[in-house]
Design a protein around this ligand. Structure first.
Ligand SMILES: NC(=O)c1ccc[n+]([C@@H]2O[C@H](COP(=O)([O-])OP(=O)(O)OC[C@H]3O[C@@H](n4cnc5c(N)ncnc54)[C@H](O)[C@@H]3O)[C@@H](O)[C@H]2O)c1
Length: 386
């Protein structure tokens, strides 16, 4: 079995290590902070204990899984690893330094990958002697539970290394999709309007958070409404991703962050983890009731869904990923009830174009510009799937 290396013993590093060890690999986790290693060890043992209590594995299996994981603060312990996944802080300079240190330790054919959510993989490879074996492998949180992994080849990456990594990660029971090295890859790009458009509707006073959440959940079939989801993810994290994507797209108004969410972050109203966000989670607090007005709910759903479909179509038009991978990414990465391109077919591409054109004309805002692919398809009466 190949030995897998993980750099960074935080939430993602531990989750990825657990996945690899569960599939029989010896895993080396390296962190430069001793307390982080101690915390990671305790955290992983606690997670395994819960899995045993829930009957998901036996005591012996948990023991053997944990015994395959070695925690260290020496990167030289990666020397025999054939794949090293970096999961340290989201900072390109720190990741570049880490990549160089990993390269100095491993074989020239070992794959070096980053779990970054938003940074350029090509930039991370710029200073390597053998950048042809670098790539992004973007697991979602929690890594043991979420099936999707986005694989992102850099400009420098050779296809054989991508195939090798994909085969390996598929063998861990994951669904892999290939994404171009562009900001947000697939999921963190295509999902932006779920939050951004909901925030616009709130700011305009069209509906309150509870009503928008109700519309998306009960009428749209999404597992969580946008506001409960932002509170769940953490407004600090969600806002930062939006801001990073906005800056990376040279301030395209489609990804513009919201002052409403920024003020929550300023006030440390991060969501569930801090007790307050869009909603109040403190003891005794009562959640607000939505206004269950079907017509209003449908308007909200149509507006947000059209923006999501526009984003998915644009990702396809600009070759960020293929049709199937875009739909798979959204259903398996963020649990959308349907792939957005398949959803466009069932709603009628021409109806989506009409909705977007109406928003564009009404608001005179470039944010609502319709993707050229949708316009061509509507004109030629085409669908994404036959
Ligand atoms: N948390 C998420 O929901 C999520 C989801 C997908 C991807 N990611 C990405 O995964 C990466 C890690 O995220 P996380 O939430 O696990 O972070 P985290 O803060 O929980 O853990 C990061 C760990 O890296 C260690 N570290 C920092 N610099 C280091 C270095 N130079 N050498 C060795 N160890 C170092 C820290 O001590 C810490 O233990 C980030 O790039 C993040 O964007 C996070």
């Amino acid at each position: 079995m190949e030995i897998i290396g993980v750099l960074g013993a935080g939430a993602m590093g531990c989750g990825i290590a657990q996945v690899a060890a569960a599939h029989g690999h010896d895993v080396v986790i390296c962190d430069n902070l001793t307390p982080a290693l101690t915390k990671a060890s305790k955290q992983m043992q606690a997670t395994l204990k819960i899995l045993v209590e829930k009957g998901k594995m036996t005591d012996a299996e948990a023991y053997s899984l944990f015994s395959r994981i070695r925690l260290t603060d020496h990167m030289s312990d990666f020397s025999k690893c054939t794949l090293v996944i970096e999961a340290i802080v989201e900072d390109v300079e720190q990741k570049q330094i880490a990549f160089k240190s990993i390269e100095a330790t491993v074989d020239a054919k070992a794959i070096i990958a980053s779990n970054t959510s938003s940074l350029s993989i090509s930039a991370m490879g710029a200073q390597l002697k053998h950048p042809e074996r670098i790539m992004g492998v973007h697991f979602f949180n929690p890594a043991p539970l979420m099936r999707l992994v986005e694989i992102i080849p850099a400009l420098q990456t050779e296809a054989k290394f991508v195939d090798q990594a994909r085969k390996l990660i598929n063998s861990w029971g994951k669904t892999t999709v290939i994404a171009k090295d562009t900001p947000g890859f697939i999921v963190n790009r295509v999902a932006r309007p779920y939050y951004g458009e909901a925030l616009r509707i709130l700011e305009e006073g069209i509906a309150d958070a509870a009503t928008i959440d109700w519309a998306m959940r009960d009428l749209g079939g999404f597992r969580m409404g946008p506001f409960e989801l932002m509170d769940f993810i953490g407004n600090d994290i969600n806002y930062t991703v939006t801001e990073t994507v906005f800056k990376s797209f040279y301030f395209d108004p489609r990804y513009k962050p919201s002052f409403t969410q920024k003020r929550l972050v300023d006030a440390h109203y991060f969501g569930r983890k801090s007790g307050r966000g869009f909603y109040d989670y403190r003891d005794g607090a009562v959640l607000p009731e939505p206004t269950k007005d079907e017509m209003l709910g449908k308007q909200i759903l149509t507006r947000i869904l059209s923006m999501l479909i526009n984003e998915a179509a644009d990702a396809l038009y600009l070759n960020v990923a293929n049709r199937d991978d875009i739909d798979l990414a959204m259903t398996q990465g963020v649990n959308y009830p349907k792939g957005l391109l398949a959803w466009a077919d069932s709603l009628g591409v021409d109806n989506i174009v009409r909705q977007l054109d109406w928003l564009h004309a009404e608001y005179c805002d470039d944010r609502y510009r319709c993707c050229r692919l949708l316009r061509i398809m509507a004109r030629e009466k085409k669908t994404f799937y036959q």
